[in-house]
Ligand binder design. Structure first.
Ligand SMILES: Nc1ncnc2c1ncn2[C@@H]1O[C@H](COP(=O)(O)OP(=O)(O)O)[C@@H](O)[C@H]1O
Ligand SMILES: O=c1ccn([C@H]2C[C@H](O)[C@@H](COP(=O)(O)O)O2)c(=O)[nH]1
Length: 282
């Protein structure tokens, strides 16, 4: 087999895997968000109907998650090492809440490769690779079946794009063409797939505290992260969720100050539990 046919064969297999992952998570129905339509059709038919519906009507139809019901989806957002996983651990003890951490283990090992580590070593070369995989795995998380009345998940497909892709691009570490490809992928996803988020819980920290916690956690790939990186991520989060000057915020935001020690954080989580369970920020 020639090098090119072997390469094309591998590309086709990878594309088929990605396609079946996403398609498998989707209900093969189309929905207009206000008026759900319950028509069964194939993935290809769905695409065809989406296209035709867009040309004929002003409202937009989106693909929906398998078995989508009225469960609440809460996304926990915050800087690296702000305490998101620790927060989820706390709420995992509550009945009726399903917690879902970020798929970091996948980002550290995809078929024996470590895109997270590669990205930190050479962001210009590997930023696109990591963020493409982050986008896929986060989409997979958003579309997976919810098994409890409330789902709390760590970060979202939105922060992957609005914080991490944006940071790579703004810092000059992502070439224009990589940013354009990722942006078109992202825009297609949010235009065509319904990704419900009911509340964003923002763990608001100072970059200095995150730096200390990052050092304490000591994840191998993150050893070279400088303070400036955490400051840039912090500013992007503040502009998105507090100042609301950068990107559209997909849900109401509940801000929890998170520089405090663990006992105080747990008290704050308990104080905010009812709001979180109701998906409210006030
Ligand atoms: N309130 C806190 N005070 C001190 N250390 C904390 C606190 N919350 C978390 N940590 C520690 O900080 C590190 C990062 O926390 P983690 O929950 O993994 O953050 P994230 O998931 O946001 O990256 C971990 O070592 C964790 O034990
Ligand atoms: O889109 C993303 C999301 C996360 N990362 C990096 C940042 C951290 O090194 C790890 C996991 O983040 P935590 O805040 O510790 O959960 O993944 C990224 O590069 N791009």
């Amino acid at each position: 087999m020639s090098f090119s046919s072997c390469y094309i064969g591998r590309f086709r297999r990878t594309f088929a895997q990605i396609h079946s992952t996403i398609a498998g998570r989707l209900n093969r129905q189309i929905s207009d968000c206000q008026k759900p339509v319950h028509r069964k059709c194939t993935w290809m038919n769905t695409q065809a109907r989406l296209l035709s519906s867009r040309t004929q009507h002003s409202y937009r139809r989106k693909l929906v998650r398998n078995g989508e019901k009225k469960q609440l989806v809460i996304c926990i957002e915050g800087n690296i090492a702000s305490g998101k996983t620790t927060c989820l651990e706390h709420f995992s003890k509550t009945s009726d809440i399903e917690v879902m951490t970020e798929p970091v283990s996948k980002w550290r090992n995809v078929q024996g490769h470590n895109p997270l580590g590669l990205m930190y070593q050479d962001p210009s070369r590997w930023g696109l690779t990591l963020q493409t995989y982050v986008q896929l795995t986060m989409l997979d998380r958003h579309l997976s079946t919810i098994t409890a009345p409330v789902r709390m998940m760590e970060r979202s497909i939105y922060s992957a794009k609005y914080i991490f892709v944006e940071n790579l691009y703004r810092s000059g570490k992502m070439p224009d063409v990589d940013f354009a490809v990722l942006s078109e992928w992202f825009e297609w996803i949010i235009r065509n797939i319904h990704i419900p988020v009911d509340l964003i819980v923002y763990l608001q920290t100072t970059p200095q505290i995150c730096y200390e916690r990052l050092k304490e956690r000591c994840r191998e790939e993150e050893k070279m992260i400088p303070m400036e990186y955490l400051e840039a991520v912090h500013q992007l989060y503040e502009d998105w969720l507090i100042n609301k000057t950068s990107f559209k915020v997909p849900a109401p935001v509940l801000v929890i100050p998170a520089d405090h020690d663990l006992p105080k954080m747990i008290r704050q989580y308990e104080e905010n539990k009812e709001k979180i369970l109701l998906g409210r920020n006030a």
